[in-house]
Design a protein around this ligand. Structure first.
Ligand SMILES: Nc1ncnc2c1ncn2[C@@H]1O[C@H](COP(=O)(O)OP(=O)(O)OP(=O)(O)O)[C@@H](O)[C@H]1O
Ligand SMILES: [Mg+2]
Length: 279
């Protein structure tokens, strides 16, 4: 697979930037003046109670929604002012792992993973090897002909990661990728996210209610030479072959960013509201 972030890293601006973003529905504003940016190769972990607007934020970053006010820019493009056609080509550079996986039940695993390539009219001869490659990445190449209902919850989640990376995206948006999974399966999913970050250099925006996912991403990295996950020592820079690109946290409360900072700041916070996420 071609290193995904080649284009993102040549772009000197942030991969994703929100500038005073508002998003509302009839009942009122859900996001109320949200500004943040995600530099290329960073992982931003987005925390917040249910209904706080995490999924909406990811949809805005994918150009699936437009803000009521403010600007969203992705890979240097202003999403708010793009036509549907321009958005389609931007979305080819973005992978979306939807909450609950959201696979098509009536399609095989292979067809699910190939879906976007078929939508984009990629040649059939090219599709097959790319589906195999994506399924190999999540170690599910043997499941291509099965239906999602024949797989476990964790396997389905891995298929949705394969589907998100089929376009070799610069940015991957993960919506609660470990929700509803047991701790061991969650670890497998987080290791995959780590591998995508450290092998292909993807930029990630990850919504979760599980703080430990964020700490795992911050404290471990995938060693490309040893081909396994290793702890990042706080006292030394990762050696060649290891990358531990920054992991930052952001917490939403009442439509606004309540906290933004690194893992150490969050884990040592005395703020009672934030401490609720730590227990
Ligand atoms: N299309 C819509 N029309 C009206 N309200 C909506 C729409 N989409 C989302 N909302 C509301 O916006 C709020 C934020 O939703 P969102 O799905 O982003 O929350 P979330 O932080 O992802 O929550 P969870 O942790 O449960 O996934 C919710 O109150 C939801 O009901
Ligand atoms: Mg959500």
């Amino acid at each position: 697979m071609t290193p995904a972030a080649a284009t993102a890293t040549t772009n000197s601006g942030p991969a994703v930037a929100f500038d005073n973003v508002y998003l509302g529905f009839d009942e009122g504003d859900i996001l109320r003046g949200v500004s943040f940016s995600v530099p290329a190769r960073e992982t931003l972990v987005l925390l917040g109670e249910t209904g706080s607007g995490k999924t909406l934020t990811l949809k805005l970053a994918a150009g699936l929604l437009k803000p009521t006010r403010g600007n969203v820019s992705v890979l240097g493009h202003q999403v708010s002012s793009m036509s549907e056609k321009e958005l389609l080509s931007l979305r080819e550079r973005i992978g979306f792992v939807f909450q609950e996986g959201a696979l098509f039940d009536s399609m095989t695993v292979g067809e699910n993973v190939a879906y976007r390539l078929r939508e984009e009219h990629v040649k059939e001869t090219e599709i097959e090897p790319r589906v195999q490659e994506a399924l190999q990445f999540v170690e599910l190449e043997h499941t291509a002909d099965q239906l999602p209902s024949e797989l476990s919850g964790g396997m389905r989640r891995r298929v949705s990661i394969a589907r998100a990376l089929i376009n070799r995206p610069d940015i991957v948006l993960y919506d609660s990728p470990t929700a509803g999974l047991d701790p061991i399966t969650s670890q497998t999913i987080i290791s995959l996210i780590m591998r995508l970050r450290d092998v292909y250099g993807v930029t990630a925006l990850l919504a979760t209610q599980r703080l430990q996912d964020g700490f795992a991403l911050a404290n471990f990295c995938f060693d490309k030479e040893a081909k396994h996950v290793v702890r990042v020592s706080p006292n030394r820079r990762p050696k060649d072959g290891q990358t531990a690109d920054a992991t930052r946290f952001m917490v939403y409360k009442d439509g606004r960013i309540y906290f933004e900072g690194d893992p150490q700041e969050l884990s040592s916070t005395k703020d009672p509201y934030l401490r609720r996420f730590l227990v």
